[in-house]
Design a protein around this ligand. Structure first.
Ligand SMILES: C[S@@+](CC[C@H](N)C(=O)[O-])C[C@H]1O[C@@H](n2cnc3c(N)ncnc32)[C@H](O)[C@@H]1O
Length: 386
């Protein structure tokens, strides 16, 4: 049966012709059901591509254009996407029996609405809406076959951050916890736990970059999660590392990651369970000094009972952190959203004239994004010497 046809107005058609793959439906009249596989035509009846309707996110997810040579969205198309994505990661030297890396990154890999992280013998594939799950299942089969994995966990990453994770497994289920390698460094992941598995692979190259600055320095890592950035600093020869996070669960997980790297000196590797802002206030009062401070906050948090948002509250947090950094020390900042604009500008507001930029970066090469969708490059990282 032929796919239903959705006719795009001129502007949306030009976006697809220009390489766009996540078509905004806010101003389009879409009658097809969410999850439907459709053919996109321009208003002259010429085919633009094949898409899945994702009304939850107000998007048409374009999975193929006529130049790709596929008649429908099926296992053959998705397998071809996965094969090409894997070839790119192989060129980057990322695959290996236990390695963790991003295999599929949305539109940049021709699969808008989906991302996939390989975690050793298993992978976690994220679908960005429940309606995308049928395509996710086919994609998961392709990932499992081409990357020769035991199983793939499909998780729905729905809008609004629902707390219950909808997930299903294709192939063999992973153990509750297992260990993966990132550049030979072991990290524990929980593939069937929550939405996040314990390791953000987009930070891999930044962990390498950080290692250059850590030797001999006392490090403070705020919002430390499972301690991956802390481990990178400790392994690189930091004098001491203090990791601060509100969650006792992730602190225990972080300690496990330290132990896995044979970092067991409790006097040097400290774990503080509590609020980052309160920690900084107390540290400033006690005249504590940290020569390298890392801040990688969540975009939104209610950890202290009131909502904390990056764009409003980050400059003040930066100011508080700068107060515990001696001259010549480093402030390493990350932000996981493009919505707040330039991280450098926020830093400038917080630092009030102090500091020079010594490093700046974003997403690694296994996170390709479309030139037609510049806002997809969400990650901003900047290091300043104070
Ligand atoms: C985006 S993750 C940080 C990722 C981490 N830097 C890494 O590279 O793996 C956010 C973390 O911030 C923690 N968190 C949220 N609000 C906090 C607060 N007010 N103070 C300290 N930690 C907080 C969460 O528990 C979570 O572990």
């Amino acid at each position: 049966m032929a796919e239903p046809i959705v006719t795009l107005p001129a502007e949306a058609a030009a976006f697809v012709r220009g390489g766009g793959r996540d078509v905004d439906t806010a101003r389009l009249a879409i009658t097809a059901a969410t999850g439907a596989r459709v053919r996109l035509d321009d208003d002259g009846g010429d085919e633009l591509g094949l898409a899945v309707v994702d009304l939850d996110n107000q998007r048409l997810r374009v999975l193929a254009t006529p130049a790709d040579g596929f008649a429908r969205i099926d296992g053959a198309l998705l397998g071809w996407r996965v094969e090409r994505a894997l070839a790119w990661r192989t060129r980057l030297g990322l695959p290996g029996p236990d390695n963790a890396y991003r295999l599929l990154h949305g539109g940049g890999d021709g699969v808008p609405g989906f991302t996939c992280d390989v975690l050793g013998r298993w992978a976690v594939l994220y679908a960005y809406a429940p309606a995308l799950v049928p395509v996710a299942r086919q994609l998961a089969e392709a990932v499992r076959g081409f990357a020769r994995l035991d199983g793939v966990v499909i998780k729905v990453r729905a809008r609004g951050g629902a707390t219950d994770v909808i997930q299903e497994i294709i192939g063999d289920p992973p153990p509750e916890r297992h260990v993966v390698l990132e550049r030979e460094v072991p990290f524990e992941v929980h593939a069937t736990g929550g939405l996040n598995v314990g390791l953000f692979t987009d930070m891999r190259e930044h962990r390498v970059g950080l290692a250059r600055h850590a030797p001999g320095r006392t490090v403070l890592n705020l919002f430390s999660y499972t301690g991956a950035l802390s481990v990178a600093c400790a392994r690189a020869g930091a004098a001491a590392v203090t990791s601060v996070d509100t969650s006792a669960g992730v602190q225990a997980w972080a300690q496990g990651n330290f132990a896995r790297s044979h970092l067991v000196d409790a006097a040097r590797w400290r774990f503080e369970t509590g609020d980052a802002v309160r920690f900084l206030a107390r540290a400033a009062k006690a005249k504590e000094r940290y020569e390298l401070v890392l801040i990688d906050p969540p975009t939104f948090s209610t950890a202290r009972g009131k909502a904390w948002t990056l764009d409003r509250d980050y400059p003040e947090l930066i100011a508080q952190a700068a107060a515990v950094i001696p001259d010549g020390g480093l402030l390493w900042l990350a932000a996981n959203t493009h919505e707040l604009g330039s991280l450098v500008r926020l830093a400038q507001r917080g630092l009030r004239g102090r500091g020079v930029i010594v490093d700046q970066g974003g997403l690694p090469a296994d996170y390709p994004t479309l030139a037609a969708q510049p806002r997809d490059r969400y990650l901003q990282v900047v290091s300043l010497r104070l």
